[in-house]
Design a protein around this ligand. Structure first.
Ligand SMILES: [Zn+2]
Ligand SMILES: [Zn+2]
Length: 555
């Protein structure tokens, strides 16, 4: 969206002006950035209609900044930004993100050292070149080294499920302890991002020292990597992750939790709307900004905070809305539980139904079932069905073959209640071929659900080349549901794609693709993903009782 691009460029100008010590001008550009971001209509159409005067009529935009914006709209770049950039290394925007190093220091560093990248700067600090600059000393060097490491470690993310596992340990240590009033995770983890690069726990306490000594004593906590008055970053003994434990006074807990949850843009916007100051309860931050409370999962959505519809934000789908799982494996193929085990697990989960969707015959690596084996498994399901209140549905995760045809004949597929179609082979097709392949399956009248659409594995493998828009359109046209696969390393489709699906009227299903009875609770990760997409229960097929399913899925 043009407004985001223009706002981004104004923001960069603001950062560079701050480096130059032009604080006032920097603030003017920062404010203008917020105005453009909040604008209801595209700034380009405003300019077309009303020209320079139209821009100048906006809040916080004077004649000078209006000209800079007009420059971009006319020429596709801002001469002011280009001129400023000429004086700085390419990496300047990353360099300004180094934590603990303010603009004045950054300016001194850039004036006195010849550095192009953050890595160069770290080298200079390690070579003790920084202390030779007047006014800077060894402590600045240490801050640079630590700050660059933190910045670089951001690429070393962990899966959300792994982040949960780690912070659960910390939360268990702290919860219920005398000196601890409240404990909450913040950052990407609280926003339920797919991967987490910075683990943050916020603690309300009157005795920070007691809290930190408690944390430090835990067997999983190694050295303190970084420390300031209120927070300590510790290395975690299992894996290469660090965790920042931030202590705040109870009267500031709400505002600290809010700020540390981020993302930065959202925090900035709420602060500028009046939500700054100390609050015990996070809800009061939003109230002070005259905004509805925005669930953390929606704070990344990029949609203008001021446009969030209060009903929409409280009504997003919840874990308790899910009534069943439509993609589950048993030991008939590569699962580790019997039909009975998986049904018991589904009962424990409080479900009304479960579809047992083992692999089809071409997935030899995963113990795919021949049509005879499938028929025998279906008999077992019928027996178990008689013994339980739960609806146990006959299903299959059918391979989509290279040409887009399915791995079972229609006669076999007709015996099933739920057909999930997925790609498990030849991932390296070009986009056109892969899109055609998947669309063929989506259009098949006996296919109910498209499984893990892109095949990506987070932190391991990109998805295959596929035109997501075309697949979603085919799903909309043929009333095929699209899965959010809750397996933490898949989370496929992404929140963005799920949001697009909703807008196209495509039904979404949240499945776990469980291969063991213990995996059914991982549905929460799929629900998190759906919440990030702003989905409501009504957008999701498996929040409905079977009798309310659409006609083409009835059996
Ligand atoms: Zn699969
Ligand atoms: Zn599967």
């Amino acid at each position: 969206m043009i407004n985001d691009i223009v706002a981004g460029q104004l923001g960069k100008i603001s950062v560079l002006l701050e480096l130059e010590g032009k604080d006032w001008e920097s603030k003017a550009f920062r404010d203008a950035k917020s105005t453009v971001k909040r604008l209801e209509r595209p700034v380009s159409s405003l300019y077309e209609d009303r020209g320079h005067d139209g821009l100048k009529a906006l809040d916080d935009i004077g004649s000078g900044i209006a000209s800079v914006i007009a420059d971009y709209l006319e020429h596709g770049s801002m001469a002011k930004l280009d001129n400023l950039c000429e004086r700085y290394p390419d990496d300047v925007f990353d360099i300004t993100k180094i934590r603990g190093v303010g603009p004045t220091t950054t300016r001194k560093l850039l004036d006195n050292l010849s550095v192009e990248t953050v890595e160069d700067l770290k080298q200079a600090a390690e070579n003790e070149e920084v202390r030779r600059i007047s006014g800077l000393g060894p402590s600045t060097e240490q801050k640079i080294i630590d700050g660059v490491e933190t910045l670089q470690s951001k690429e070393e993310a962990v899966l959300l499920s792994e982040a949960d596992r780690i912070t659960n340990v910390i939360q268990r240590v702290l919860t219920g302890h005398d000196s601890v009033n409240e404990v909450h995770v913040a950052g990407e983890q609280r926003r339920r991002c797919e991967t987490v690069s910075e683990l943050i726990v916020v603690i309300a306490t009157e005795s920070p020292r007691a809290v930190h000594s408690l944390v430090r004593r835990h067997e999983f906590i190694r050295d303190a990597l970084d420390k300031d008055e209120n927070s300590v970053t510790y290395a975690f003994a299992k894996g290469d992750v660090s965790i920042t434990v931030r202590t705040v006074a109870p009267s500031q807990f709400g505002s600290a939790l809010f700020s540390l949850t981020g993302p930065e843009d959202h925090v900035e916007e709420v602060h500028e709307s009046g939500g700054s100051g100390d609050f015990e309860d996070e809800k009061d931050v939003y109230e002070a900004a005259s905004l509805p409370f925005i669930p953390p999962e929606l704070r990344d959505s990029g949609e203008d905070t001021h446009k969030v519809n209060p009903e929409q934000s409280v009504d997003i789908v919840d874990k308790d809305d899910v009534r069943g799982d439509l993609h589950v494996h048993t030991n008939w193929s590569d699962g580790r539980g019997s039909v009975r085990d998986m049904v018991d697990a589904a009962e424990q989960q409080g479900y009304e139904y479960i579809a047992l969707t083992d692999h089809s015959k071409s997935s030899g690596f995963a113990g795919g079932l021949s049509s005879d084996e499938l028929a025998r498994k279906n008999e077992v399901i019928e027996t178990v069905n008689d013994e339980t209140d739960l609806d146990v549905l006959k299903g299959s995760e059918v391979d989509i073959l290279n040409d887009g045809s399915l791995d079972y004949d229609d006669t076999v597929l007709r015996q099933l209640d739920v057909v999930v179609a997925s790609v498990h082979s030849q991932f390296d097709m070009d986009e056109a071929a892969m899109t055609h392949r998947v669309c063929q399956a989506v259009k098949h009248p006996l296919v109910d659900i498209l499984g893990h659409m892109t095949g990506r594995l987070l932190l391991e493998r990109e998805g295959y080349d596929i035109d997501v828009g075309a697949v979603l359109q085919a799903a909309a046209d043929h009333e095929t549901a699209v899965e959010i696969n809750s397996t933490p390393r898949r989370l496929d489709v992404s929140a963005d794609t799920a949001r697009r699906a909703k807008h196209l009227g495509v039904r979404v299903v949240i499945n776990t693709d469980s291969h063991s009875p213990r995996s059914l609770p991982s549905v929460r990760y799929g629900v998190d993903q759906a919440r990030r997409a702003g989905l409501q229960a009504s957008d999701i097929l498996n929040t409905k009782p079977i009798q309310d399913w659409p006609e083409n899925m009835s059996f």
